[in-house]
Design a protein around this ligand. Sequence first.
Ligand SMILES: Nc1ncnc2c1ncn2[C@@H]1O[C@H](COP(=O)(O)OP(=O)(O)OP(=O)(O)O)[C@@H](O)[C@H]1O
Length: 567
Amino acid sequence: MEEESDNLMTRRGSECVNDSQIPFSNFRDLTKRYKNELFILDRNDSQTFTKFNLATIGALLDEREASQRLRRIIIDREQPKFSTTLPKIIAKDGKRVLQKLNIIQQKAVLKALTANDYLLLKGLPGTGKTQTIVAIVSLLAMMGKSVIITSHTHSAVDNVLLRLLKENLQFLRLADPSRVPDEIRNYCECVLTIDCKTPEDLKNLYETYNIVGVTCLGSAHPLLVHRTFDVCIVDEATQVLQSTVIRPLISANKFLLVGDPEQLPPIVKSKAAKKLGADESLFARLDSPEATVVLSLQYRMNKTIAKLANSLTYKGELKCANDTVASSTIALPNQIASREKWMVKCLSSHIDQSVILLNTDNVFNRSEEFSKNFSRKLNYTSEDTTDKSAETKVKTRTYSNFCEAGVVLALINSLVQAGVAGSDIGVIATFTSQVKLLRNMVDKFEMDILQEHRGIEVNTVDQYQGRDKSIIIYSCTKCDNPDAVADGVKDTEILQDFRRLTVAITRSRHKLIIIGDIKSLNVYTPFKELFSHLKGMSKLDLNEGKQDFSWQQVMDKLGVLENKVDV
Ligand SMILES: Nc1ncnc2c1ncn2[C@@H]1O[C@H](COP(=O)(O)OP(=O)(O)OP(=O)(O)O)[C@@H](O)[C@H]1O
């Protein structure tokens, strides 16, 4: 069988699909009848997403009142208007909902209720976006209003719905039950409509529910086509394409977009489309002082981590919600076993050492040397991947860095020995090849430790958006080959992205350890800026023999682990 890697259909989820391999299941043995035949695999791009987006643009351009209203907002950029009074029922019964919120959240909720056409809710990291959405939905329910809750992923929709369950609010979930958490299954359309015998039964049932949860892509459902809701709330709106988010907005009289434009935008692979602005979310397009309220009191990061986020991105806007949040630091149930000074400093629970930058210096040759012994067995590559998407024929690299992996291993080993639960530790890496390397390493490491210390999560920055951990170890990975001559290889945009770095440094509650080669990373503006804020106590050079640090020891321990059979 001849394979043209550029034209392979790669739709098999987590199965191993790469340039030379595609696993087929339920295939007859073709070699019996077609022994000498040549088979060519053609790529078949899914059209569903493209069709959905084109249909949405079509709907935006038609003559119905909802489309005209949206065009005034989206194209003419009409500013939002607000009424000056609130319904009496809010004054009477709203207190029990509002008292769970801080003053900034309360103001945002009231502004959302008085908005006539739309409002943007900018939720900086950890500021209680979900809590605020739940309060808005509760008050709208009190007012007898109907609401669509939507987002680009099922998990984001269900994150809100799970919180509504706790408030005893009933809803209809438009999704396949296999896509939602157990607690939501009984609210899925196919379960709730099981006793409907006629179209009228169905219509009545659909109209009974005032709260409906659906992804943006699911919003072409007939229910949303035939019914107009009072409000549409889009969570994580800064990650949805404009052409996708407009569909659910057409089904509502007003909308609320919730998100943070300083974090990751919608994913657009095509460089040409990006150049034309395809990755600008509707939130970013409409963001203005008149249209946006900012949630700025955060409940996640202690003051040292929040200060770094403010210096890099939020310009002092991000505030700790209270003293407990501001001063909480890493909790180690046991004493640190290691006596090495660098490790003691890394695990210090002193508030001023909540952020530590470990400068590896250039470890390219050391990492390469180490990888030679293990890369064949583990099938890791340090710089061979090329981006084969249709338009981008430019070579890009993926990177892995064994020395950083060794330092990550030393850190998690000490944390586990100090009694930290695995679920409190998160490892982030910039590139997927480093994530793979670290995952493999963590899987092997966890084979020999107690259950409660397992569950250390390794992921890319993108997969960590919207999540947090007590301790985050960030492996920046990139380290230049000191002997390389410029080879025309186009370096990745990933390191130039301020938003990606912002997400990475705002995931930890108590301790953020950044590992990287400052010199190699300094050529990228976001990293240069980040490093300029990490001096003195926050920076530690991993030099052989200094602060009891030894590359030999670190790499030997990694080597022992790599020698283990793959799990
Ligand atoms: N008014 C409040 N009082 C006390 N705790 C709060 C308040 N608002 C939010 N929190 C807490 O802050 C944390 C984050 O809240 P929530 O999950 O709503 O934030 P989020 O903005 O949706 O998070 P993310 O930034 O990850 O998207 C939660 O533990 C929540 O209980």
